[in-house]
Design a protein around this ligand. Structure first.
Ligand SMILES: O=c1ccn([C@@H]2O[C@H](COP(=O)(O)OP(=O)(O)O[C@H]3O[C@@H]([C@H](O)CO)[C@H](O)[C@H]3O)[C@@H](O)[C@H]2O)c(=O)[nH]1
Length: 393
């Protein structure tokens, strides 16, 4: 096949673009990924000892309000309903999260009504006397007051980000709802579900098209790769790898958090009774324990064994570290502005996805952004151009 579009990165953004280009425009699309599997960080596989599906790069819970994204993805996988409900271990006691009426009442040893709880948190929050709350700490204190912030957010976020919490953006906090009901679903979205046959099957189904060729283990940025950046300017490229790496760190390294995982198999059918328990206190070195069997209660998993994964967060500063979370501290934002100018000037290259745009994208956001790139930029371009100069395959 002679590629007419090259997609670098086989994550959800890249696969959506590839599929759309193949279907809408009949293009031959070459998808490259330096990893040995599809799906980016959404990849999952069966634990060899128990058969339980484990998300290799940490838990992925699909959720969206976007009808178009939901309808689109249902072409590639069936979904089973799954609403993630959070729990947090604070000083040896389990509290429901995100902060809701049960959390507030348990924390204050009270039986407040929704109105009473609102009034109580308003009173706590009124202690905040600063200016506009634009950073994580100020935002948290101005919303829920210092006691709840210090119990459930300060220690956890310090462990997760290891950055001064006054330098983290407020949006990191506002990913989580605060509710005055007993609802502890993590997300508000209309659709909350898991791919019925797992993430690997979903990703393979997206890539399964006669005009899409996938080559794994190919690093587009390596000059010795069989297809590499030498094609830039001749063939349209959608690049979803790290943007700073693409430009040789010319504007400085963007900071990322990475995760280390500690997997254990236990001789019991249920280790913690739920999919995730967060550990709020800074003295506990891990951020959370994930027990994957609870993500698929409908499956026939072993009754006498279960697998858990402890997560530890740190800066991605060693070669080979996987970038997970853009830290997005003040100096990162300045660097990103300069990278954006370079991205604009790069001929025939469209940047996308979490790594390519340095954005904290959930799965549905990656798909929506890919569809939007097709609608607003790539499709208009492809309709007016003769796509030529196929690269040797
Ligand atoms: O106990 C907690 C939990 C969270 N925070 C802070 O809130 C930030 C946002 O939380 P969240 O988006 O859930 O967490 P994370 O960034 O780790 O996202 C990963 O988790 C899943 C999913 O959200 C379920 O957990 C998602 O798919 C992943 O990207 C968080 O960064 C903390 O700063 C807290 O303080 N205490």
């Amino acid at each position: 096949m002679s590629p007419q579009l090259i997609v670098v990165g086989a994550g959800l953004f890249g696969l959506t673009v590839a599929r759309e280009a193949a279907e809408r425009h009949g293009l031959h699309v070459l998808v490259l990924d330096r990893r040995s599997h599809l799906g980016g960080n959404a990849w999952s596989e069966a634990d060899p000892e128990t058969g339980i599906e484990v998300h290799r790069y940490g838990p992925h819970f699909f959720h969206t309000n976007n009808e178009r994204v939901w309808t689109y993805l249902n072409r590639f996988t069936a979904f089973t309903p799954f609403s993630y409900r959070g729990q947090s271990n604070h000083r040896g006691e389990i509290f429901p999260l995100p902060v809701n009426l049960a959390t507030i009442n348990q924390f204050y040893r009270a039986a407040m009504s929704p109105d009473e709880a609102r009034a109580r948190l308003r009173e706590e929050a009124s202690m905040y006397q600063g200016g506009p709350a634009t950073n994580f700490e100020d935002k948290a204190i101005s919303l829920i007051g210092r006691p709840l912030y210090e119990a459930f957010f300060k220690g956890y976020t310090t462990k997760q980000w290891q950055t001064d919490l006054r330098l983290l953006p407020a949006e990191t906090l506002t990913r989580l709802p605060i509710r005055y009901t007993y609802d502890n679903r993590w997300f508000n979205d209309k659709y909350q579900a898991q791919p019925a046959d797992g993430y690997a099957a979903w990703m393979r189904s997206m890539a399964d098209h006669p005009r899409i060729e996938v080559r794994l283990g190919v690093d587009f940025l390596s000059p010795t790769a069989e297809v590499n950046r030498g094609v830039v300017g001749r063939v349209p490229v959608v690049y979803t790898g790290p943007v700073d790496e693409y430009f040789g760190d010319a504007e400085g390294r963007l900071s990322w958090r990475t995760l280390d995982f500690h997997t254990e198999v236990h001789p019991t059918g249920d280790f913690q009774g739920t999919a995730i328990v967060n550990y709020a206190d800074v003295e506990v070195p891990w951020t959370r324990i994930v027990e994957y069997r609870h993500v698929h209660p409908e499956r026939d998993y072993p009754a006498d064994r279960t697998v858990t994964v402890k997560e530890f967060s740190r800066f991605a500063d060693t070669p080979g570290d996987e970038p997970y979370y853009p830290v997005n501290a003040v100096e990162d934002r300045a660097r990103l502005t300069r990278y954006r100018a370079r991205m604009e000037a790069e001929p025939l290259v469209w940047f996308g996805g979490r790594l390519g745009t340095y954005q904290y994208l959930d799965m549905h956001m990656a798909v929506a952004a890919a569809l939007s790139l097709m609608d607003n930029k790539l499709s208009p371009y492809l309709q007016t151009q003769t796509v030529g100069d196929p690269v040797a395959s």
